[in-house]
Design a protein around this ligand. Structure first.
Ligand code: KG4
Ligand code: ZN
Length: 330
């Protein structure tokens, strides 16, 4: 089976051609530059950019895959969660292409897409898998005992991990998106320079607003010159706190569930310190997996991966399917 998939839930416009089982023929992703000057994603700007980009990106994806539109067996797109206007562009475009070529389509949950990104890089892996899903919008610990069965063990009570990275980066005067900037800067900093607080939340939930506020106070209480001189140290110390919090809850869940496979997915799974510490610590008690970098951030190949399996189970979406900005995993 061959699927053409679209992802337009936030500020990445992406189209991909995937074939079963989890073979990526092309995955073309454009991160919209328009939002940089605003220091965050502007929903209306995102919708307009998706409209402008979706067709050229689709043409590139087909060209790179070396296939004609007529050879596609099914269409997939993200229908939530995300920005409603941005989602609608992918939904309307996907449905239209499906109608034109006379094929079925299926709407995919963006979060399920992130979970399936794992199988693009590790196609022979099978559930049960314990996931840490860390992105700009979500931070969740998810247990997947079998394909398409999810148990959300915990989630963030306030900011998502990526959101905290982006907000702290802004405080430090770094550009958007801040996660990669902090990661880069932290490489030359001392993670033990200052101990920012690790939130003590019960169960498997997370909280990042405390560490974020603590950075704000720290910058306020020290003069600007000190902060400038120690920018890399502050970035490294903040990053260490976030990674520690993510690691301790994942470790606790892995032990409780006796998980043999743990996967970290979503944009923040690109973080080099996170990868290092997870492999080092968690790697002692379980196998730790990450998707390849091109499948960590938002991309259409992960949507295609989930769609392939859902199509093969006989699932289809009705024409009435619309955007669900607050869609959850369960
Ligand atoms: O999965 P994603 O592309 O989009 C969402 O679904 O949200 O994740 C984007 C998030 C942003 O907050 C970005 O700053 C963060 O992932 N991110 C990183 C790194 N690369 C991207 N955070 C920390 N370290 C990185 N290297
Ligand atoms: Zn995402």
């Amino acid at each position: 089976m061959r699927v053409l998939a679209f992802e337009t839930s936030c500020d990445e416009t992406s189209a991909s051609v995937v074939e079963s089982p989890f073979r990526v023929l092309s995955n073309v992703t454009k991160t919209q530059e328009e939002h940089r000057e605003f220091g965050g994603v502007v929903p209306e700007v995102a919708s307009r950019a998706h409209m402008r980009l979706i067709w050229p990106i689709t043409e590139r994806a087909l060209e790179k895959a070396g296939v004609e539109l007529g050879s596609i067996d099914g269409i997939a797109f993200t229908y939530g969660p995300g920005l409603i206007g941005a989602l609608l562009v992918g939904i309307v475009f996907g449905k239209t292409v499906a109608q034109v070529i006379g094929r079925d389509f299926i709407g995919i949950n963006h979060l399920e897409g992130h979970l399936f990104s794992l199988f693009l890089s590790h196609p022979h892996l099978e559930p049960p898998v314990l996931y840490l899903l860390v992105s700009g919008g979500h931070t969740e610990l998810v247990w997947m005992p079998e394909f398409f069965r999810y148990e959300v063990l915990g989630h963030t009570l306030d900011d998502a991990a990526g959101e905290a990275f982006d907000k702290v980066a802004k405080m430090l005067g770094l550009s958007y998106p801040g996660g990669p900037e902090i990661d880069r800067l932290a490489k030359t900093g001392d993670p033990d320079f200052h101990r920012f607080p690790r939130a003590r939340v019960g169960g498997f939930d997370f909280s990042f607003s405390g560490v974020k506020t603590s950075v704000l106070y720290y910058l306020r209480d020290n003069d600007a010159d000190f902060a400038r001189r120690h920018l890399a140290d502050i970035a490294a110390s903040f990053q260490e706190a976030v990674v520690d919090m993510l690691l301790s809850k994942t470790l606790k869940a892995a032990k409780k569930l006796h998980a043999e496979k743990v996967a970290v997915v979503g944009g923040v799974s690109l973080n080099s310190r996170l990868r290092e510490k997870f492999k080092e610590t968690l790697g002692k008690i379980t196998r730790v997996y990450f998707p390849e970098p091109q499948y960590c951030g938002d991309n259409a190949a992960m949507i295609g991966a989930a769609a392939l399996m859902r199509f093969e189970r006989g699932e289809r979406s009705p024409l009435t399917l619309s955007a669900d900005p607050d869609l959850r995993l369960l």
